[in-house]
Structures are given as C-alpha cells and as structure tokens.
Design a protein around this ligand. Sequence first.
Ligand code: PMP
Length: 326
Amino acid sequence: IEWTEGRGWHDAQLQPYAALQLDPANMTLHYAQSIFEGLKAYRQPDGSVSAFRPDANARRFRRSARRLAMPELPEETFIEACELLVRQDEAWVPEPGEESLYLRPFMFATEVGLGVRPANRYLFMLIASPAGSYFPGGVKPVSVWLSQEYVRAAPGGTGEAKCAGNYAASLVAQAEAAEQGCDQVVWLDALERRYIEEMGGMNLYFVYGSGADAKIVTPTLTGTLLPGITRASLLTLAADLGYATEEARLTVDEWREGNADGSITEVFACGTAAVITPVGEAKYAGGKWSVGDGQPGEITMRLREALLALQAGQGEDRHGWMRRLA
Ligand code: PMP
C-alpha cells in the first residue's frame, strides 16, 4: 500500500514475493525512516487461523510511525492486510504446536532525494514466513551479557519505537555478547548504566519467591525500552493465574544479589519469536553468576505453557486476544 503526500493511502496490491527496485537516492537508504512489526498467526483446533493481538501490533505500528515522522496506517488496514495475505494461501500456516506463521509488516520512505526531512512518499508492505518451534530440542535457558559500553536507547530517542535504526545500533553489542560466550545482550539504562532495561529482542521478567506466593516483576516502561506485547500480556496472564505482578526499576546489583540470596528464583525473557525463554546465566564486566539452578524455572514454564495454549486455541480466550484472520 502506498502513501503519497496530499493523496494518503492508495493502491493496495497483492503480489508474488519478488525483489524490489530501489533508487540509489531512496531516502530510507540514507536516513533510515523505516519501521516494522512482528506478530504470529496460529492454526486453531477447528482449522481456522488466528493472530495473537494484531490490534496491539497495529497500535504500536502507529506509535512508531508518529515517532519517525511517518504517516499512520489505520489499524483496520493493518489487520486487513494480515487477513488478505493469510487468506491468499492458508496452507502456509502450520498445524498446531509451537509452529506458526510469522507476519512482518513494515513501512519505509520511497521518496528519492538527499534532503534531510520527512519524505513525501512511503510504502507499507507485509511479508510472511512459516516459523518452526524456537526450541526444537526442548526449552534451553539462555546466557546473557550485560552491556555497559553500549546503550540501546537514550531518553528522548527512539527506544519506544520499533524502527530499523534501533536494531542497527544493537548489532555491535550483540556481537560483543557472542564474543563473551553469551547468547543475548541485556541493555542497561543510558544515564547510569545501572538499571536493567530489556534483552536484545525480548522484554525481561524476574520471579521473586516461589509457588502461589511468587511475585513477578518486569522493568518499568521508561520510554527507552520497547513496550512488548508479550510483556503486557504476561502482566495480565500472570495475574489470571493468581501471581502478584509489579512493574519496577531493578539494578544490576539487585539482580545479582537477588540470585545470590535466593530472593530472585527465576528470570525469563519474553517476545513474539520465542514466547518465553528462561535465562540461566548472567555475565558482565565484573563477573558472572547463575540464575537459580540454571534450569528452566517452574513459574517460567507454567506461564509459557499457558500462553502457548492460548495461542494454539486451547482453553478459554478470556481477554479476546485471538483475532481470526482466515
Ligand atoms: N524488545 C525488543 C527490542 C524487541 O525487538 C521485541 C520484539 N518485538 C520485544 C522487546 C518483544 O516485543 P513483543 O512481545 O511485542 O514481540
């Protein structure tokens, strides 16, 4: 779907997957006016196909557009595009299980020119790909590197938006995490490099205590981390399961000491791709420590099972999160 100044959104088209032709002076290549979303559609037990909270992705896409001085795509158009693509070839959507169809909506400037200002033409596109289970060999805790040299987002920056540049800036820290023998980077706040923000492509959760008395805590949305849809859903789902939940700021020292004295029993990350991933080990310039006994925690796995069951259409959808696409 194209957007042109003065004309708005027009010319929706469904086309076979193919390469794009880009002018070398396409403004996106130079100034990175580019945003995206990621969501999944799941085959339901009755054979239909539903997406998990596409309205929330559509809203976040509009917020990202606003931050990047881009036109806002109406939420219904975003969802209609998902429906159109899925209905085109429903056979793509794998059978139930952890498998799904990953949908990638994105928008970028198409104006040709080298002036630094918001472009006057944009293209919204949607592509999709079947996604297998994130952990085909069973759930395995990840190790994380707490980056103190690099930051993902500063106050007033684009941290809350899902824009391409945030990911470009993260690659060097992800490479550093790999050099340190870790699977993922964990970002700290820009000002003090003390507060835990989020993981590379996932939000974080800390479990205090165990059993029915457990409290589940996630870092507060300060404006510099991505408001994850899985994060928001888990605040509700955990409360449904009877756990206390809290949004709070947590420092590296509080995390390390919480694991040392046993008050923090489990840590996990959550996002569309892996749904929930246990964290087994944390490392930073000052040393490393293990999280709990390094194995997937009980509450982590309970929340994971509950969310996967909901997405697969098993059990009650109390909050109307599943939206039928086909
Ligand atoms: N943080 C970042 C930086 C991400 O890229 C993602 C993935 N979109 C998330 C968190 C998790 O967000 P969601 O639950 O909406 O997938």
